[in-house]
Design a protein around this ligand. Structure first.
Ligand code: PLP
Length: 364
């Protein structure tokens, strides 16, 4: 069979995976570590799977320099289930869940929390159409806050926190689904970080939770077992059957990141990709218009617009014919979006910048 060329994949999630990882998975797909079966076919209670599971945990700790006193969980249900699990586990009576509303995903987190307990939106950029992130000074935790919840990168709007707020003794909780591992982060500043895997970590099916053990240990006994952090923490995320193939793929992605030189190098590469695309937008004399405020621009999701929707439609159609995938903005905001997660090669961004210039020459 002829080798089909890899698409220029700018999908928002599930998203591009490193070609090296896919090939490695392919090479050990049928017979994993000489067991005569694939990883999907073996017991999650056996030594072989358990090793993969613990390797992934260890690598994540290494790459993010996760301090002592934190645990890493592999859960299911996506980041969307965390929107509910966070308040179910951590929002005790008399306390308030404090939320920073920065866009589509933060709004969903607020909506779920409101079903469960007392919530308060302590900062919002809705009046700026969510096109910027709040400054650290805008975020002040109320005295009775159980936690402060932020969304580090708004995948749909294309905004990202440049610096994180300091919430003192109140645990800071971040939904990092679309920018985890895109740059180094000081985990000790956070009570909890969670992320669905399918943007920057691997395939869908597993959700990573990194949290201080004290936040994981005391889940109320009134909530179902599967929704209690304490159950998963006590059982090394093996209380029930884990999403074993997804965890295995995450492990391969983490190895790939380590081989690339860790998160400092990953950040440099991501910066270069983002600068290339934002530069193309900014140097287009208003033909392309960046959506996000400059100081809030995401290095993961580049959102931009053209003069009108007709032109945007033409752009998406011609880009599709030229091999570019996933450039249509989310249906809720329109426009265009290039998601340039860790696994998207610089060469794909170069090809896109080239295409954008050609499209402008023809239509400008
Ligand atoms: C994609 C995304 C989610 C939803 O993730 P699921 O795994 O589909 O539940 C939540 N938050 C952010 C920031 C996202 O990008």
């Amino acid at each position: 069979m002829e080798q089909h060329q890899r698409a220029y994949n700018f999908n928002a999630g599930p998203a591009a995976l490193p070609l090296e990882v896919l090939k490695r998975a392919q090479s050990e797909f049928v017979d994993f570590r000489s067991q005569g079966m694939s990883i999907m076919e073996m017991s999650h209670r056996g030594a072989v799977y358990e090793q993969v599971h613990n390797e992934a945990k260890q690598l994540l700790k290494e790459l993010l320099h996760i301090p002592e006193g934190y645990d890493v969980l592999f859960l299911q249900g996506g980041a969307s289930t965390q929107f509910a699990m966070v308040p179910m586990n951590l929002l005790a009576g008399g306390k308030v869940g404090a939320y920073v509303n920065t866009g589509s995903w933060a709004s969903k987190a607020v909506k779920e929390a409101e079903l469960i307990g007392e919530t308060q939106v302590i900062a919002s950029t809705e009046s700026d159409r969510f096109m910027r992130m709040p400054t650290a000074e805008e975020i002040v935790a109320p005295e009775n806050a159980a936690y402060v919840h932020i969304t580090s990168n708004e995948t749909i709007e294309g905004t990202q926190f440049a610096t994180y707020p300091d919430t003192g003794d109140v645990p800071l909780i971040a939904d990092m689904s679309s920018d985890i591992l895109c740059r180094p982060v000081d985990v000790s500043k956070f009570g909890m970080i969670y992320a669905g895997a399918q943007k920057n970590l691997g395939p869908s099916g597993v959700t990573v939770v990194i949290a201080k053990e004290e936040l994981l240990a005391n889940s109320p006994k009134t909530i179902p077992s599967m929704l209690r952090y304490s159950i998963h923490h006590k059982n090394n995320s093996l209380y029930n059957t884990p999403p074993s193939f997804s965890v295995y793929m995450v492990n391969l992605v983490l190895q790939w990141l380590k081989e690339r030189g860790g998160l400092e190098q990953v950040e440099r590469d991501n910066q270069a990709k983002a600068e290339l695309l934002y530069g193309t937008i900014d140097n287009s004399g208003d033909f392309y218009r960046g959506c996000a405020a400059r100081d809030s621009r995401s290095i993961m999701n580049v959102t931009f617009r053209l003069a009108d929707e007709e032109l945007e439609k033409a752009f998406i159609k011609e880009a599709g014919e030229a091999g570019f995938v996933g450039l249509k903005g989310h249906r809720s905001v329109g426009g265009l979006r290039a998601s340039i997660y860790n696994a998207v090669p610089y060469a794909s961004c170069e090809a896109l910048a080239q295409f954008m210039k050609q499209f402008q020459q023809k239509n400008g």
